[in-house]
Ligand binder design. Structure first.
Ligand SMILES: NC(=O)c1ccc[n+]([C@@H]2O[C@H](COP(=O)([O-])OP(=O)(O)OC[C@H]3O[C@@H](n4cnc5c(N)ncnc54)[C@H](OP(=O)(O)O)[C@@H]3O)[C@@H](O)[C@H]2O)c1
Length: 366
């Protein structure tokens, strides 16, 4: 049985939560995994989490409800946790505003009530995009500077982080981690969930979307899931060193949309979209199929296609023992290669050398 501190992880079945849970267990912690609708904890590799005997306790709850919706016995266990890592949240875009309020804001309030009642140190998972539609460099200690938001997800995460800061001001020990856009594993590109920008890339590469409002010098910060999970687990483990900090979990180099276009163009099987200024873009002028793709998917992400935003991560670099991922085009190629390998981005076209062989009759059946 593990003898380390006990950590309550909300959202333990999620993309980040599952990887955080795995790391905490590997570091010798006991984990109380708060699960919601989905009772499974599946790693980014697609495999079910394996936990040493007696080290993992599954709780079923709902953070929108008082006491996190736990029964009396489960609440007693949660009250005894040495730390809380709050990963649960609504991350999909385009849902009713009330859902973001209930889960991201009221849910965080309920987690804070538990933490305050028992003085439990809290690692809160926010997002770098609490910065909203600002341009320029965002510092880790900046929060509400009157920014506008790209969507209700971002504004709900700002309200949640504000509540966490207020609790810190009242003496609750907290660390805030702000990931940018979380994507596949840094070495292999492997990803469990094709969410956030993946569907956008898929529509572009399949040629179903050819024109998108945006700027070629807009910046997208994609960060590997393994690095973000390492950092969250490290903050929970070395809590006293991180206490009071807000840490940007970002890559060394963001991608410009020019980088994205250039890298997509390297792949023979991919189509590449054009970014045009929003002043000349008209959804109504698009062919019906493309217009539907815009309405249902692309429009949810266009705010990300025009921000020239960078996230300073000096505090993270000073705190963490994990090297900051490189990001930029080399990382994007890993993500695309993985998408091709799994078929998510279609089958790869044969490269030039292979095409020559096929033409010469050596590549397959006649
Ligand atoms: N993924 C990103 O790119 C990204 C970037 C920046 C920040 N973040 C932040 O990182 C955190 C984790 O994100 P993720 O990508 O791991 O998201 P995710 O895969 O969608 O996981 C979210 C988890 O929250 C749980 N949850 C939702 N509603 C709940 C409720 N009412 N009560 C209890 N649990 C509930 C979900 O459980 P069920 O599925 O069972 O409902 C799920 O396990 C979030 O706070 C998010 O804002 C994510």
């Amino acid at each position: 049985m593990n003898g380390g501190p006990t950590v309550l992880v909300t959202g333990a079945g999620g993309f980040l939560g599952a990887e955080v849970t795995a790391r905490l267990l590997a570091a010798g912690h006991r984990v109380l995994a708060l699960l919601h609708r989905n009772g499974d904890i599946v790693r980014n590799s697609g495999k079910r989490l394996k936990a040493p005997q007696g080290s993992l306790t599954r709780l079923t709850g709902d953070i929108t409800r008082p006491g996190l919706g736990l029964d009396a016995e489960q609440l007693r266990l949660a009250a005894g946790a040495d730390r809380i890592v709050h990963c649960a949240g609504i991350t999909d875009f385009g849902l009713p505003a009330q859902l973001y309020q209930d889960v991201n804001v009221t849910g965080t309030e309920n987690v804070l009530t538990l933490a305050r009642t028992h003085g439990t140190p809290l690692v809160h998972v926010s997002t770098a995009y609490v910065a909203g539609e600002r341009d320029g460099t965002v510092q880790e200690d900046e929060l509400d500077v009157g920014q506008r938001f790209g969507n209700t997800y971002e504004s709900s995460k700002l309200r949640a982080e504000t509540l966490v800061r207020e609790a810190a001001g009242d003496g609750l020990p907290v660390v805030v981690i702000r990931p940018s856009i979380v994507a596949g594993e840094r070495r292999t590109g492997q990803v469990r969930d094709y969410k956030t920008l993946y569907p956008v890339v898929r529509l572009i590469t399949k040629g179903r979307v050819r024109t998108i409002p945006g700027h070629y010098d807009a910046l997208l910060d994609l960060v590997p899931v393994d690095y973000v999970a390492d950092l969250i687990a490290e903050a929970a483990t070395r809590f006293e060193d991180a206490r009071g900090r807000t840490l940007h979990a970002v890559a060394s180099r963001p991608l410009t949309l020019r980088d994205l276009s250039d890298v997509l163009a390297e792949y023979p099987s991919f189509q590449v979209a054009r970014w045009v200024p929003s002043s000349v873009f008209s959804e109504d002028a698009l062919p019906v199929g493309e217009r539907l793709c815009h309405e249902r998917v692309i429009s949810l992400y266009t705010a990300y296609m025009s921000r020239r935003i960078r996230f300073d991560n000096s505090g993270t670099v000073a705190f963490s023992r994990f090297p900051v991922p490189v990001g930029g085009p080399p990382y994007l190629r890993k993500l695309l290669d993985h998408g091709l390998k799994t078929g998510y981005l279609g089958a790869p076209s044969p490269g030039t050398a292979e095409s020559v062989l096929i033409t010469a009759g050596e590549g397959g059946t006649a």
